[in-house]
Design a protein around this ligand. Sequence first.
Ligand code: GDP
Ligand code: IMO
Ligand code: MG
Length: 432
Amino acid sequence: MAQVIIVGTQWGDEGKGKIVDLYARDADVIARFQGGNNAGHTLVVEGRQTILHLIPSGILHNNKICVLGNGMVIDPEVLLQEIDELSEKNLFPPDTKLYISQNAHIIMPYHRSLDKARETRKGATKIGTTGRGIGPAYEDKIVRTGIRLCDLLDSETFGEMLRSNVEEKNFYLTQFYEEKPVEYDAIFDEYCGYADRLRQYAANTSLIIDQEIKKGSDILFEGAQGCHLDIDYGTYPFVTSSNTAAGSACCGSGVGPTRIDAVVGICKAYTTRVGEGPFVTELTGTIGEKIQTVGCEFGATTGRKRRCGWLDMVLVRQSVRVSGITGIALTKLDVLTGINPLRICVAYKTGSEQFSESVPPNTKVLGQCSPVYEEMAGWSEDITGAKTMDDLPVNARRYIERLEELAGVKMSLVSVGPGRDETIMLRNPFHG
Ligand code: GDP
Ligand code: IMO
Ligand code: MG
């Protein structure tokens, strides 16, 4: 029995979906604990692609308990659409065990409007958000005006909360942002319809997970985004509005930290970023374009091109520390095939200052940093069929060993393609 957290170590899109799906085979419960439908997790099973935004990536296995934890912000329209699409593909049978925390906050139409209006007003200084209303929904949670699932399910409470929110948000929307107001009646009717459908899934998910742990079940906590999009430890203000580091799994699902056994950090063999913000190892020339094309680096949520760059181990070392990572799952190693030499960023330099353990928090300082690279010989052999480390070319093995040294933790697995079987399994966190 084990409780394992999975988090991204970079700026998201590290391949968490694939790895969660892989480990879900060994888990009884798969729980999301933060974020919302800003996430896009891609799973490729038997050649068929599924993109999930809210439902945990364990859903493709039969009979697993899937939890949407209290730390999430949930857009009911998107969630119900996801359920419908999975049902059409026979991936969501009527007895599916999906539980949504009654305490999870609900994304409302005014959250989406405010998110977009703010970005438009910021112009060149925009964050490049997904426009899904994530930031404004978390804002309401913190200022204590948010609507939770339990509030939505009680139409009287919902009506009262909605009325005061609409009044306040329309003031901002029309007076400050010069945008269209939202309409109370239309939202009330629409959301009461969602409440009818969501009622069956509402639960005390902290209690459910606790009961499962007491029964000896294995639990997988599925992070969204990545440690450098974390509201505290990321490249603020170019971050998302939740804590994405592993500690968030506890508060966001109602499980105490003493229950956690392992934290797997997902690390892409290079670095990508969607949206704005500093990116020390960004490659804007032909190598960056090659990685973008070969790695199919397009956002799974917004379809935007992902910016690409060399692997940045300053980012990864900070993530290992902040999230207490016990093993790394290295993904997309196959994408580096044919690039020679390879570079790994081991530190940042600005003037006489050098940073190797931590990303400087000041955006201006970070923007002035240049990367300190180590060069390593690449490989040209196709590695997508590799099942063991011995199947890899010696230079690929050297690259991996160097990453282990720089990260200070061992690899749990190496992924060499999007499919479940395109994986070299090294240490399974559920088997000690
Ligand atoms: P997530 O948000 O962390 O779940 O990652 P995304 O799903 O947004 O992006 C990762 C992309 O890489 C998806 O299209 C995956 O199918 C794909 N992928 C995952 N692992 C590998 C791998 O080892 N090699 C290749 N070529 N693609 C991979
Ligand atoms: P997954 O789970 C990559 C980025 C956005 C933007 C910033 C803030 O698929 O790894 P938000 O809409 O959250 O307020 O946007 O965060 N972002 C992601 N980038 N992967 C994600 O999720 C992301 N979720 C948010 O592009 O820069
Ligand atoms: Mg993604």
